[in-house]
Design a binder for this molecule. Structure first.
Ligand code: ADP
Ligand code: MG
Length: 614
């Protein structure tokens, strides 16, 4: 048998190397725009067609390339940058390896046109698959224009790895977001198939850059960050509360002007925002961090995404402190506007806490009878209405037979926990401790019930039940128009059918705006906007909406709407909650898995007080 190891021919080696630098259209744009920025450009326009696979054109107003240099630019490891720098790790320009142009040229048909500032004539180079076709004098505007056509036309394997053009376009848009945010002093424009997607003013303000991406509403809600610590300056914006998102797609970090990914920085921000962002949500942020070049290693991978800090813990603590400080100065956010209005769906079925009091005909009900749970205090009590929802799912409907109990399969065995199901003896609420733990007596035992955990569980059950049994979509009273960032808008366009199937009815309003008309019924109106954004994030990440996260969304909805620990509830509300628990269907742990009830038996008490011996 002959040997199977072969030395690869040089052109194959080159192709492989090229593939490492230019993975896809977005990475190609990144290299080209970084060259523009290195050349001192203040305006950069990126045009793509076919997701960048058919055409990428980057036009800048930078320093330009001289006719003499034009040929060198296409040679591997030719760079005008490294000799300016003392050491590799102190390089301040974005590119320095001299790899990008030759690598991209190797796998595409590239035309490079340039005119140096003050020079009379321009120069144009045409290259095909790494072979120079021509270099000629040409009329050109000051600056440089690089056109890349048919990317990977001669690397079919790489081309096969590309996603659909729409998806590649979204990745390009993601990249432009980062570029816009990392260089607010540069005016960027992105067009796809001739349509403008982004346009930033380049006025040097991060706020303007954020505005061009997230729109005016989001910007208003963001909190400015401006602090210093551990030898760093940290500036930017952070979004908590309603602005928090379902994943980390919207966390942007810039280190000395370079977009980076860093789990350490994400952790620091999340730490700093703790208690102001719900469990399972992530703060949105755009933070630019300035620190000495020696303190950081950005050269860990050719695509320069990952960074390594020299003093990690110090950096993390300092960033967390700065964020904490910024967030603590921000006023507590008011609830979303819809919380100020009662959610009046199906208000006809309200007073079902005491079924025996329920009138036999449905006609009497709308006269706003006592709700099931009413938070004390003045002002509107939005949760009361939500609590009614729980009651209405749980208790028999007027003149209708009670619906069969809904049991969620995976948790079915817990339901039969005898401790809670046991006694059908009356449960009497004695009081409440710390406005959090309902103290109740039932037969020979004393119960401590976490009011939030219990209510959350009840809501969860009812939402899950309706998610399985009702129409999937609930029409919003007031359709909501929202402006999406481009990748989200792309996701919306690409996954309209999936969204519709899940119960999101959304209309395209053009120019990145959509109108949200209905949401999956389990989510309800107050969460409409946010759950829609979550769904888009999920589609962007995984390409689908799966049942698991639907359950997670329900958990979050339940948590959000449930009465809180520490919230003052009137006595009858406490009793109603306890009764609903004894209704027998309630699983004795909250959807997050925390316990709902602690119990102390009479016997245990007597033993502790030494009334009886063991
Ligand atoms: P590097 O950026 O690492 O030097 P590249 O292959 O990306 O390597 O670019 C090679 C050289 O081409 C650069 O060093 C620069 O001199 C020149 N160049 C590339 N793009 C531009 C541009 N847009 N404006 C001016 N010069 C450019
Ligand atoms: Mg470069």
């Amino acid at each position: 048998m002959s040997g199977t190891i072969k030395v690869l021919p040089p052109d194959v080696v080159e192709l492989i190397a090229a593939g490492e630098v230019v993975e896809r259209p977005a990475s190609c744009i990144k290299e080209l725009v970084e060259n523009s920025l290195d050349a001192g450009a203040t305006a950069v326009t990126v045009a793509i067609e076919g997701g960048g696979l058919d055409l990428i054109r980057v036009t800048d107003n930078g320093a330009g390339i001289s006719p003499e240099d034009m040929r060198l630019v296409f040679l591997p490891h030719a760079t005008s940058k490294l000799n300016r720098a003392e050491e590799l790790h102190s390089v301040t320009t974005l590119g320095f390896r001299g790899e990008a142009i030759p690598s991209i040229a190797r796998v595409s048909k590239m035309t490079l046109t340039s005119r140096q500032k003050g020079s009379a004539a321009g120069v144009k180079a045409v290259n095909e698959g790494g072979q120079m076709v021509s270099i000629t004098e040409a009329a050109a505007a000051e600056g440089t224009q690089v056109s890349v056509r048919d990317l990977f036309y001669n690397a079919p394997v790489r081309r096969d790895f590309m996603k659909k053009p729409q998806r590649e376009a979204a990745l390009c848009a993601d990249l432009l977001q980062q570029l816009i945010l990392s260089s607010p002093h540069v005016a960027f424009r992105l067009t796809a198939q001739g349509k403008q997607l982004y346009s930033s003013p380049g006025d040097g303000k991060l706020e303007s850059a954020m505005l061009s991406i997230y729109g005016v509403e989001a910007l208003k809600a963001l909190i400015p960050v401006d602090g210093a610590g551990a030898g760093m300056l940290v500036r930017g914006l952070v979004g908590i509360g309603e602005q928090a998102r379902g994943n980390r797609n919207h966390q942007h970090f810039f280190l000395n002007g370079r977009a980076v990914r860093s789990t350490l920085l994400s952790r620091a921000v999340e730490e700093g925002c703790r208690h102001r962002v719900m469990v399972g949500r992530f703060p949105l942020c755009a933070l630019s961090i300035t620190l000495p070049y020696e303190a950081v290693d950005v050269n860990v991978h050719p695509n320069k995404w990952e960074v390594r800090f020299q003093r990690e813990q110090q950096v993390q603590d300092a960033v967390a402190d700065i964020i904490r400080q910024a967030v603590s100065e921000a006023p507590l956010q008011s609830p979303p506007p819809l919380f100020d209005q009662p959610i009046l769906r199906e208000e006809a079925r309200v007073a079902r806490v005491q079924p025996e009091d329920t009138p036999k005909t449905p006609s009497v009900a709308p006269a706003a009878p006592e709700p099931a749970v009413v938070p004390a205090g003045d002002g509107p009590a939005p949760r009361a209405f939500i609590a009614r929802d729980a009651a209405q799912e749980r208790l028999p409907r007027c003149a209708e037979p009670a619906p069969p109990p809904v049991v969620i399969k995976e948790e079915a065995e817990q339901i039969h926990n005898p401790q809670v199901r046991q006694a059908q003896t009356q449960l009497k609420v004695l009081g409440v401790a710390f406005h959090t733990y309902i103290i109740a007596q039932q037969g020979e035992r004393l119960l401590l019930i976490d009011q939030h955990a219990l209510h959350e569980r009840l809501l969860f059950d009812s939402l899950m039940a309706s998610a399985h049994t009702r129409q999937p979509a609930q029409t919003l009273l007031l359709p909501q128009v929202l402006e999406l960032d481009y990748p989200d808008y792309q996701a919306f366009l690409a996954y309209r059918k999936d969204l519709e199937e899940a119960g999101f009815e959304v209309e395209d309003f053009g120019h990145r705006a959509v109108r949200l008309m209905s949401v999956p019924v389990e989510l309800g109106e107050p969460l409409a906007m946010r759950s829609f954004l979550d769904a888009l994030d999920e589609l962007r990440d995984s390409g689908r909406l799966d049942g698991k996260s639907k359950r997670e969304r329900i958990i979050m909805a339940a948590c959000k709407h449930a009465v809180k620990g520490g919230e003052r509830l009137p006595e009858h509300a406490l009793q109603a909650l306890a009764d609903m628990m004894m209704d027998g269907q309630t699983i004795p742990s909250c959807p997050h898995g925390r316990p709902i009830v602690l119990e102390l038996t009479r016997r245990e008490l007597e033993r502790r007080f030494k009334r009886i011996q063991d």
